[in-house]
Design a protein around this ligand. Sequence first.
Ligand SMILES: C[S@@+](CC[C@H](N)C(=O)[O-])C[C@H]1O[C@@H](n2cnc3c(N)ncnc32)[C@H](O)[C@@H]1O
Length: 340
Amino acid sequence: MSFRYLGNKTRLAHWIVGTISSVLPKGCSIADPMCGTASVSLALARTGYSVTAADALCFPVVHARTRLLANEPPAFKAVGGYEKALEWMRSALPVEGYFFREFGEAGQPANGRPPRRYFSANNAAHIDGIRAAIRELSADGALTEIEHSVLLHHLILATNKVANISGTYGYFRRAISGPALKPLTFEALTFEKSSGRHVVLQGNVEELASKLNSDAVYLDPPYTKRQYAGNYHVLETIAREDEPVAAGDGGLRPWTDQASNFCYRRNAGKAFRETLERLQVPHVFISYSEDGQVEEQELLSILADFGGVTVHEQPHIRYRSNGGGKDGPVLERLYHVNMA
Ligand SMILES: C[S@@+](CC[C@H](N)C(=O)[O-])C[C@H]1O[C@@H](n2cnc3c(N)ncnc32)[C@H](O)[C@@H]1O
Protein backbone atom coordinates (compact mmCIF):
# COMPACT_ATOMS: atom_id res chain seq x y z
CA MET A 1 0.00 0.00 0.00
CA SER A 2 1.27 3.43 -0.86
CA PHE A 3 0.86 6.11 1.77
CA ARG A 4 3.52 8.68 0.65
CA TYR A 5 2.96 10.91 3.66
CA LEU A 6 5.23 13.31 5.55
CA GLY A 7 5.80 12.10 9.10
CA ASN A 8 4.07 8.75 8.45
CA LYS A 9 4.95 6.58 11.47
CA THR A 10 4.40 3.15 9.89
CA ARG A 11 8.02 2.19 10.47
CA LEU A 12 8.07 3.58 14.00
CA ALA A 13 4.66 2.30 15.10
CA HIS A 14 6.08 -0.84 16.71
CA TRP A 15 8.46 1.20 18.88
CA ILE A 16 5.82 3.85 19.69
CA VAL A 17 3.15 1.36 20.68
CA GLY A 18 5.68 -0.78 22.58
CA THR A 19 6.66 2.26 24.64
CA ILE A 20 3.02 3.22 25.25
CA SER A 21 2.27 -0.39 26.31
CA SER A 22 4.92 -0.18 29.03
CA VAL A 23 2.78 2.53 30.68
CA LEU A 24 -0.79 1.88 29.60
CA PRO A 25 -2.38 -1.58 30.07
CA LYS A 26 -4.05 -3.15 27.04
CA GLY A 27 -7.79 -2.62 27.04
CA CYS A 28 -7.41 1.09 27.92
CA SER A 29 -8.54 3.84 25.59
CA ILE A 30 -6.23 6.17 23.69
CA ALA A 31 -6.80 9.00 21.23
CA ASP A 32 -4.66 9.70 18.15
CA PRO A 33 -6.07 13.12 17.17
CA MET A 34 -3.44 13.89 14.48
CA CYS A 35 -3.73 10.47 12.88
CA GLY A 36 -2.55 11.09 9.27
CA THR A 37 -2.48 7.66 7.62
CA ALA A 38 -3.85 6.10 10.84
CA SER A 39 -0.78 3.84 11.05
CA VAL A 40 -0.36 4.39 14.79
CA SER A 41 -4.14 4.14 15.37
CA LEU A 42 -4.12 0.77 13.62
CA ALA A 43 -1.08 -0.47 15.57
CA LEU A 44 -2.76 0.61 18.83
CA ALA A 45 -5.99 -1.18 17.85
CA ARG A 46 -4.04 -4.34 16.97
CA THR A 47 -2.43 -4.24 20.41
CA GLY A 48 -5.81 -4.21 22.14
CA TYR A 49 -6.57 -0.53 22.83
CA SER A 50 -9.81 1.27 22.08
CA VAL A 51 -8.83 4.07 19.73
CA THR A 52 -10.29 7.48 18.90
CA ALA A 53 -8.64 8.70 15.70
CA ALA A 54 -9.04 12.21 14.30
CA ASP A 55 -7.32 14.77 12.10
CA ALA A 56 -7.84 18.36 10.99
CA LEU A 57 -8.04 17.22 7.35
CA CYS A 58 -10.66 15.01 5.70
CA PHE A 59 -8.54 12.42 3.87
CA PRO A 60 -6.89 11.10 7.07
CA VAL A 61 -10.44 10.58 8.37
CA VAL A 62 -11.15 8.44 5.30
CA HIS A 63 -8.03 6.37 6.06
CA ALA A 64 -8.93 6.03 9.73
CA ARG A 65 -12.53 4.98 9.03
CA THR A 66 -11.31 2.30 6.66
CA ARG A 67 -8.40 1.02 8.72
CA LEU A 68 -10.08 1.14 12.14
CA LEU A 69 -13.79 0.71 11.56
CA ALA A 70 -13.97 -1.72 8.62
CA ASN A 71 -13.32 -5.08 10.32
CA GLU A 72 -14.28 -7.18 7.31
CA PRO A 73 -14.79 -6.59 3.58
CA PRO A 74 -17.91 -4.41 3.32
CA ALA A 75 -20.90 -6.08 1.65
CA PHE A 76 -21.14 -3.62 -1.27
CA LYS A 77 -24.60 -4.99 -2.12
CA ALA A 78 -25.09 -2.34 -4.81
CA VAL A 79 -22.26 -3.74 -6.93
CA GLY A 80 -22.26 -7.40 -5.87
CA GLY A 81 -19.51 -7.57 -3.23
CA TYR A 82 -16.06 -6.18 -2.35
CA GLU A 83 -14.15 -7.84 -5.21
CA LYS A 84 -16.80 -6.55 -7.62
CA ALA A 85 -16.42 -3.06 -6.14
CA LEU A 86 -12.69 -3.17 -6.96
CA GLU A 87 -13.46 -4.35 -10.49
CA TRP A 88 -16.07 -1.59 -10.77
CA MET A 89 -13.39 1.00 -9.89
CA ARG A 90 -10.89 -0.50 -12.33
CA SER A 91 -13.38 -0.37 -15.17
CA ALA A 92 -15.06 2.98 -14.41
CA LEU A 93 -15.51 4.91 -17.65
CA PRO A 94 -13.16 7.86 -18.07
CA VAL A 95 -14.62 11.35 -17.80
CA GLU A 96 -12.89 14.56 -18.88
CA GLY A 97 -13.93 16.44 -15.76
CA TYR A 98 -12.35 18.47 -12.96
CA PHE A 99 -9.22 16.32 -12.44
CA PHE A 100 -8.64 16.04 -16.18
CA ARG A 101 -8.93 19.82 -16.58
CA GLU A 102 -7.06 20.99 -13.47
CA PHE A 103 -4.50 18.24 -12.76
CA GLY A 104 -4.03 16.27 -15.98
CA GLU A 105 -1.21 16.68 -18.49
CA ALA A 106 -3.72 17.44 -21.27
CA GLY A 107 -5.91 19.73 -19.17
CA GLN A 108 -6.69 23.40 -19.55
CA PRO A 109 -6.88 24.88 -16.05
CA ALA A 110 -9.77 27.29 -15.53
CA ASN A 111 -7.37 30.09 -14.53
CA GLY A 112 -5.57 29.87 -17.88
CA ARG A 113 -2.31 28.49 -16.44
CA PRO A 114 -0.39 25.80 -18.35
CA PRO A 115 -1.48 22.17 -17.89
CA ARG A 116 -0.61 20.83 -14.45
CA ARG A 117 1.16 17.53 -14.91
CA TYR A 118 0.15 15.82 -11.66
CA PHE A 119 -1.33 12.93 -13.69
CA SER A 120 -1.26 11.43 -17.14
CA ALA A 121 -4.35 12.36 -19.17
CA ASN A 122 -5.67 8.78 -18.88
CA ASN A 123 -5.25 8.60 -15.12
CA ALA A 124 -6.80 12.04 -14.57
CA ALA A 125 -9.87 11.01 -16.62
CA HIS A 126 -10.06 7.66 -14.79
CA ILE A 127 -10.00 9.47 -11.43
CA ASP A 128 -12.82 11.73 -12.68
CA GLY A 129 -14.78 8.69 -13.83
CA ILE A 130 -14.47 7.01 -10.44
CA ARG A 131 -15.36 10.20 -8.58
CA ALA A 132 -18.50 10.56 -10.72
CA ALA A 133 -19.46 6.91 -10.21
CA ILE A 134 -19.00 7.13 -6.42
CA ARG A 135 -21.06 10.34 -6.33
CA GLU A 136 -23.83 8.63 -8.27
CA LEU A 137 -23.96 5.54 -6.03
CA SER A 138 -23.85 7.74 -2.97
CA ALA A 139 -26.65 10.00 -4.23
CA ASP A 140 -28.79 6.87 -4.81
CA GLY A 141 -28.24 5.90 -1.16
CA ALA A 142 -26.56 2.68 -2.35
CA LEU A 143 -23.46 2.96 -0.12
CA THR A 144 -23.09 2.63 3.63
CA GLU A 145 -20.82 5.16 5.32
CA ILE A 146 -18.03 2.58 5.63
CA GLU A 147 -18.38 1.45 2.01
CA HIS A 148 -18.14 5.08 0.93
CA SER A 149 -14.93 5.55 2.97
CA VAL A 150 -13.43 2.30 1.66
CA LEU A 151 -13.96 3.42 -1.96
CA LEU A 152 -12.41 6.84 -1.30
CA HIS A 153 -9.53 5.18 0.59
CA HIS A 154 -8.84 2.95 -2.42
CA LEU A 155 -8.99 5.92 -4.77
CA ILE A 156 -6.51 7.88 -2.62
CA LEU A 157 -4.05 4.95 -2.48
CA ALA A 158 -4.33 4.38 -6.22
CA THR A 159 -3.89 8.11 -6.90
CA ASN A 160 -0.76 8.26 -4.71
CA LYS A 161 0.85 5.47 -6.70
CA VAL A 162 0.58 7.27 -10.04
CA ALA A 163 0.99 10.90 -8.97
CA ASN A 164 3.74 12.67 -10.90
CA ILE A 165 5.23 14.35 -7.84
CA SER A 166 8.40 14.38 -5.76
CA GLY A 167 7.04 13.44 -2.38
CA THR A 168 4.11 15.81 -1.89
CA TYR A 169 1.48 17.53 -4.04
CA GLY A 170 3.10 20.95 -3.45
CA TYR A 171 4.02 20.81 -7.12
CA PHE A 172 4.26 18.34 -10.01
CA ARG A 173 7.28 17.07 -11.92
CA ARG A 174 8.08 18.62 -15.26
CA ALA A 175 7.72 15.47 -17.38
CA ILE A 176 5.31 12.59 -16.87
CA SER A 177 7.48 9.55 -16.30
CA GLY A 178 7.96 6.27 -14.41
CA PRO A 179 5.03 5.21 -12.19
CA ALA A 180 2.91 8.15 -13.45
CA LEU A 181 2.64 6.37 -16.82
CA LYS A 182 1.12 3.27 -15.25
CA PRO A 183 -2.66 2.88 -14.84
CA LEU A 184 -4.49 3.19 -11.52
CA THR A 185 -4.47 -0.04 -9.55
CA PHE A 186 -6.89 -1.33 -6.94
CA GLU A 187 -5.61 -4.15 -4.74
CA ALA A 188 -7.76 -5.88 -2.14
CA LEU A 189 -7.15 -4.70 1.42
CA THR A 190 -6.73 -6.97 4.41
CA PHE A 191 -9.46 -6.12 6.90
CA GLU A 192 -8.68 -6.81 10.54
CA LYS A 193 -10.87 -7.41 13.56
CA SER A 194 -9.70 -5.84 16.80
CA SER A 195 -11.12 -6.11 20.29
CA GLY A 196 -11.49 -2.40 21.13
CA ARG A 197 -14.25 0.10 20.44
CA HIS A 198 -13.05 2.67 17.96
CA VAL A 199 -14.29 6.12 17.00
CA VAL A 200 -13.23 8.44 14.18
CA LEU A 201 -13.68 12.23 14.36
CA GLN A 202 -12.60 15.24 12.36
CA GLY A 203 -11.34 18.58 13.69
CA ASN A 204 -8.46 20.58 15.09
CA VAL A 205 -6.78 19.03 18.10
CA GLU A 206 -6.98 22.38 19.88
CA GLU A 207 -10.80 22.14 19.63
CA LEU A 208 -11.18 18.39 20.18
CA ALA A 209 -8.73 18.17 23.11
CA SER A 210 -11.21 18.90 25.90
CA LYS A 211 -13.65 16.28 24.53
CA LEU A 212 -11.19 13.37 24.37
CA ASN A 213 -12.33 11.24 27.30
CA SER A 214 -9.64 8.58 27.01
CA ASP A 215 -6.97 7.15 29.29
CA ALA A 216 -4.23 8.63 27.13
CA VAL A 217 -3.63 10.82 24.09
CA TYR A 218 -0.92 10.33 21.49
CA LEU A 219 0.02 13.54 19.65
CA ASP A 220 1.97 13.48 16.39
CA PRO A 221 2.04 17.10 15.23
CA PRO A 222 3.81 18.41 12.12
CA TYR A 223 7.38 19.36 13.02
CA THR A 224 8.34 21.42 9.96
CA LYS A 225 6.81 24.45 8.26
CA ARG A 226 5.31 22.28 5.52
CA GLN A 227 1.53 22.60 5.80
CA TYR A 228 -0.32 19.33 5.19
CA ALA A 229 -3.39 21.11 3.80
CA GLY A 230 -1.38 22.63 0.93
CA ASN A 231 0.97 19.71 0.36
CA TYR A 232 -1.85 17.17 0.07
CA HIS A 233 -4.54 19.35 -1.58
CA VAL A 234 -5.28 16.72 -4.25
CA LEU A 235 -6.06 14.05 -1.63
CA GLU A 236 -8.21 16.49 0.32
CA THR A 237 -10.23 17.18 -2.84
CA ILE A 238 -10.75 13.43 -3.39
CA ALA A 239 -11.91 12.99 0.21
CA ARG A 240 -14.20 16.02 0.15
CA GLU A 241 -15.60 15.05 -3.24
CA ASP A 242 -15.73 18.68 -4.31
CA GLU A 243 -14.37 20.81 -7.15
CA PRO A 244 -12.75 23.85 -5.53
CA VAL A 245 -11.10 26.73 -7.38
CA ALA A 246 -7.59 25.50 -8.27
CA ALA A 247 -5.30 28.49 -7.73
CA GLY A 248 -2.03 29.55 -9.33
CA ASP A 249 0.37 27.30 -11.21
CA GLY A 250 0.16 24.47 -8.65
CA GLY A 251 -3.67 24.38 -8.55
CA LEU A 252 -3.93 24.36 -4.75
CA ARG A 253 -7.42 24.41 -3.27
CA PRO A 254 -8.05 27.22 -0.74
CA TRP A 255 -6.29 25.85 2.33
CA THR A 256 -5.29 28.69 4.66
CA ASP A 257 -8.36 28.11 6.88
CA GLN A 258 -6.89 24.63 7.52
CA ALA A 259 -3.36 25.89 8.22
CA SER A 260 -1.82 24.26 11.27
CA ASN A 261 -0.31 26.38 14.04
CA PHE A 262 2.21 23.58 14.60
CA CYS A 263 3.77 24.49 11.22
CA TYR A 264 4.51 28.11 12.16
CA ARG A 265 7.69 28.48 14.19
CA ARG A 266 6.18 31.48 16.03
CA ASN A 267 2.96 29.61 16.94
CA ALA A 268 4.08 26.01 17.48
CA GLY A 269 5.05 26.34 21.15
CA LYS A 270 1.73 28.07 21.89
CA ALA A 271 -0.16 25.33 20.03
CA PHE A 272 1.51 22.65 22.20
CA ARG A 273 0.65 24.60 25.34
CA GLU A 274 -2.98 25.25 24.36
CA THR A 275 -3.53 21.62 23.45
CA LEU A 276 -2.03 20.32 26.69
CA GLU A 277 -4.05 22.84 28.75
CA ARG A 278 -7.27 21.42 27.30
CA LEU A 279 -6.46 17.73 27.59
CA GLN A 280 -8.00 16.08 30.64
CA VAL A 281 -6.25 12.71 30.48
CA PRO A 282 -3.68 11.08 32.78
CA HIS A 283 -1.09 10.33 30.08
CA VAL A 284 0.04 12.21 27.00
CA PHE A 285 2.57 10.78 24.52
CA ILE A 286 4.09 13.07 21.91
CA SER A 287 6.16 12.21 18.84
CA TYR A 288 8.54 14.94 17.78
CA SER A 289 11.67 14.88 15.67
CA GLU A 290 15.11 16.12 16.62
CA ASP A 291 14.76 18.30 13.46
CA GLY A 292 11.50 19.87 14.75
CA GLN A 293 11.00 23.63 14.73
CA VAL A 294 10.45 23.69 18.49
CA GLU A 295 13.86 23.11 20.09
CA GLU A 296 14.25 20.24 22.53
CA GLN A 297 14.78 22.53 25.55
CA GLU A 298 11.77 24.71 24.74
CA LEU A 299 9.53 21.67 24.30
CA LEU A 300 10.76 20.11 27.54
CA SER A 301 10.10 23.32 29.43
CA ILE A 302 6.52 23.49 28.05
CA LEU A 303 5.83 19.84 28.85
CA ALA A 304 7.31 20.09 32.37
CA ASP A 305 4.56 22.61 33.23
CA PHE A 306 2.02 19.79 32.86
CA GLY A 307 3.69 16.91 34.73
CA GLY A 308 6.67 14.57 34.88
CA VAL A 309 8.31 14.01 31.51
CA THR A 310 10.16 10.90 30.27
CA VAL A 311 11.91 11.01 26.88
CA HIS A 312 12.45 7.95 24.66
CA GLU A 313 14.64 8.16 21.56
CA GLN A 314 14.95 6.11 18.40
CA PRO A 315 17.18 6.76 15.35
CA HIS A 316 15.19 6.96 12.11
CA ILE A 317 15.77 7.74 8.42
CA ARG A 318 15.90 11.51 7.93
CA TYR A 319 13.38 13.03 5.52
CA ARG A 320 15.32 15.24 3.07
CA SER A 321 13.32 17.80 1.15
CA ASN A 322 14.50 18.09 -2.49
CA GLY A 323 17.79 16.43 -1.61
CA GLY A 324 18.77 19.28 0.75
CA GLY A 325 19.33 19.42 4.51
CA LYS A 326 21.36 17.32 6.93
CA ASP A 327 22.65 13.81 6.24
CA GLY A 328 22.43 10.66 8.32
CA PRO A 329 19.75 9.35 10.65
CA VAL A 330 17.57 11.62 12.77
CA LEU A 331 16.49 11.03 16.35
CA GLU A 332 12.76 10.52 16.73
CA ARG A 333 11.62 11.34 20.25
CA LEU A 334 8.60 10.05 22.12
CA TYR A 335 7.76 12.17 25.17
CA HIS A 336 5.60 10.75 27.90
CA VAL A 337 3.93 13.36 30.09
CA ASN A 338 2.48 11.93 33.28
CA MET A 339 -0.11 14.68 33.68
CA ALA A 340 -0.17 16.23 37.15
C1 LIG B 1 3.11 13.94 11.35
S1 LIG B 1 1.52 13.81 10.63
C2 LIG B 1 0.84 12.43 11.50
C3 LIG B 1 1.34 11.17 10.93
C4 LIG B 1 0.63 9.93 11.45
N1 LIG B 1 0.97 9.62 12.81
C5 LIG B 1 0.92 8.76 10.54
O1 LIG B 1 1.54 7.78 10.98
O2 LIG B 1 0.57 8.83 9.38
C6 LIG B 1 0.67 15.15 11.32
C7 LIG B 1 -0.83 15.18 11.10
O3 LIG B 1 -1.37 16.21 11.92
C8 LIG B 1 -2.45 16.81 11.24
N2 LIG B 1 -2.61 18.14 11.86
C9 LIG B 1 -1.84 19.23 11.75
N3 LIG B 1 -2.27 20.21 12.55
C10 LIG B 1 -3.35 19.72 13.20
C11 LIG B 1 -4.23 20.24 14.17
N4 LIG B 1 -4.07 21.47 14.64
N5 LIG B 1 -5.23 19.46 14.62
C12 LIG B 1 -5.40 18.20 14.14
N6 LIG B 1 -4.59 17.65 13.21
C13 LIG B 1 -3.58 18.40 12.76
C14 LIG B 1 -2.02 16.83 9.79
O4 LIG B 1 -3.14 16.93 8.93
C15 LIG B 1 -1.28 15.48 9.69
O5 LIG B 1 -2.14 14.48 9.23
